[in-house]
Write a protein that binds this ligand. Structure first.
Ligand code: SF4
Length: 456
């Protein structure tokens, strides 16, 4: 248990304790500020160690930011010393590394010294530098301007064992889908008065291709009634076993530019273990069908799935690279509440995941991909990250805009969270829709009115 004289620091400290698996241990923490010195004393088992972080901080906001950083660093240093462990992102928890880098650059400073202070490896600092370089054109074009539109289709054929997302298995919700599409179309039509410039459209899942073609084309038509400028248009089609030529042709007719084929692994054994019904052969077939239409294709993979070895992961990544898609996204497995995996495991076996991430960086770089967005989640295996990689000029604007929160996101459907972004990210107001489908359907009029108000 953590006992501290400064409650507002406990969330930051707990993030670090979780990183080391020390959240159940007893610690006493005392914080005090003396001039420019932020002093944290960590006491455990009768031993006390003090850490001083020197930083000029003016104003209440800056003081709080420095205090949080100092507490996090004190616990990170203490636990590194005690356990002999260290992590590739050091004490950077609870903040997107790119956001921290952009904040430093906005102050006229390079971010490398701050990353070093947080014990981030030089290699990771270099990856962030590459991400920022890939983002430059889209970041400058969209920061503080226009909106992205997100359409939520939280339905899947079955639930994967690692999934904590709100998605509902189709058999349980099939009877609501037509009403759901009616509600979505109504929501989309209501957006017209508040749009200034559509930066991108993203129809996300779940597995959007769970819907039939008639339902999907109604959604595309509603979008196209708004999207006169032909902005980037992604359909995160999803699992390969839901792909049909008819659905892909409808995407092409509707002006969709980007499709996601999400196998997560090319190993049939792994796919069966994680509760998916498709095979690697179906992934190749789905990819071939989509490629015929000339879409930019993204392939999602996960490092650290169900007992996979480094060799298993390498085979999947090599298979994805062999298809030469525009984008490959490499996730590190996450152990989140709400997933079957979390119910059966308290801690992930992360052996091998560092090797998988290292291999993905080397192999994707040598195949001509650049990292273009990167984020980290709590409870991520090996304290690693998720990285979107792209071929030159194939960055997905939607992913950059939403990861960096540089422009407003207008989101429709169950579980969708709209964000009105002010000042290119200086302030954000949010509006969340109910996750449960019947509740969403019952409240859609209220949600539409509230969103109209938010973006008025
Ligand atoms: S396909 Fe994606 S959203 Fe659907 S259950 Fe699996 S992980 Fe969750």
């Amino acid at each position: 248990m953590l006992s501290t004289n400064c409650e507002f620091l406990s969330a930051e400290i707990m993030d670090v304790l979780r990183l080391f698996g020390a959240e159940e241990e007893d610690f006493t923490h005392v914080f005090l500020r003396y001039g420019d010195d932020f002093i944290n004393t960590v006491t455990q088992g009768g031993r006390s160690v003090g850490y001083t972080f020197r930083q000029r901080a003016e104003g209440q906001l800056e003081y709080k930011r420095c205090a949080k950083r100092s507490a996090k660093l004190a616990f990170y240093e203490y636990l590194c010393e005690r356990t002999g462990k260290s992590f590739p992102w050091g004490a950077l928890t609870g903040i997107r590394p790119t956001k921290m880098a952009y904040a430093e650059l906005a102050e006229g400073r390079d971010f490398a010294p701050l990353f070093k202070r947080f014990f981030v490896t030089e290699e990771n600092t270099g990856i962030i530098r590459r991400v920022l370089a890939s983002q430059r054109g889209i970041y400058d074009r969209n920061r503080g301007k226009g909106e992205d539109i997100f359409v939520s289709l939280p339905f899947c054929p079955t639930k994967c064992e690692y999934c904590s997302f709100i998605t509902a298995p189709m058999p349980a919700v099939e009877r609501y889908i037509d009403d759901y599409v009616d509600a979505l179309v109504g929501e989309i039509e209501s957006l017209k008065p508040v749009l200034t410039r559509i930066n991108s459209v993203y129809i996300g899942g779940g597995t959007p291709f769970c819907l039939n073609n008639g339902q999907l084309t109604r959604i595309y038509a509603a979008i196209n009634a708004l999207n006169a400028g032909g902005a980037e248009f992604t359909v995160e089609a999803g699992r390969p076993d839901t792909f049909t030529d008819e659905k892909l042709a409808a995407c092409k007719d509707a002006g969709v530019t980007r499709i996601c084929v999400n196998p997560q692994s090319f190993s049939d054994g792994t796919l069966a273990k994680i509760g998916r019904r498709h095979t690697a052969a179906q992934t190749f077939a789905a990819y071939g069908m989509a490629a015929k239409y000339g879409f930019d294709i993204n392939i999602d993979l996960i490092a650290g799935l169900a007992d996979e070895t480094e060799a298993d992961f390498k085979r999947s990544l090599d298979a994805a690279i062999g298809l030469a898609p525009a984008n490959i996204t490499v996730h590190s497995l996450c152990l989140k509440s709400g997933s079957k995996l979390k119910e059966g495991t308290s801690r992930l076996d992360v052996s091998g995941i560092d090797g998988m991430i290292a291999y993905s960086r080397a192999a994707l770089t040598s195949a001509g991909y650049e990292p273009y967005y990167l984020y980290r989640q709590k409870y991520q295996a090996g304290a690693n990250e998720n990285t979107g990689w792209c071929k030159a000029g194939k960055e997905c604007a939607y992913n950059i805009d939403t990861m960096e929160e540089i422009c407003s996101n207008i989101a429709v459907g169950a579980g969708a969270i709209s964000k009105r972004v002010y000042g290119g990210g200086a302030r954000i107001e949010r509006l969340a829709s109910p996750k449960d489908i019947p509740t969403y359907l019952a409240k859609v009029k209220d949600i539409t009115a509230a969103r109209g108000e938010l973006f008025r």
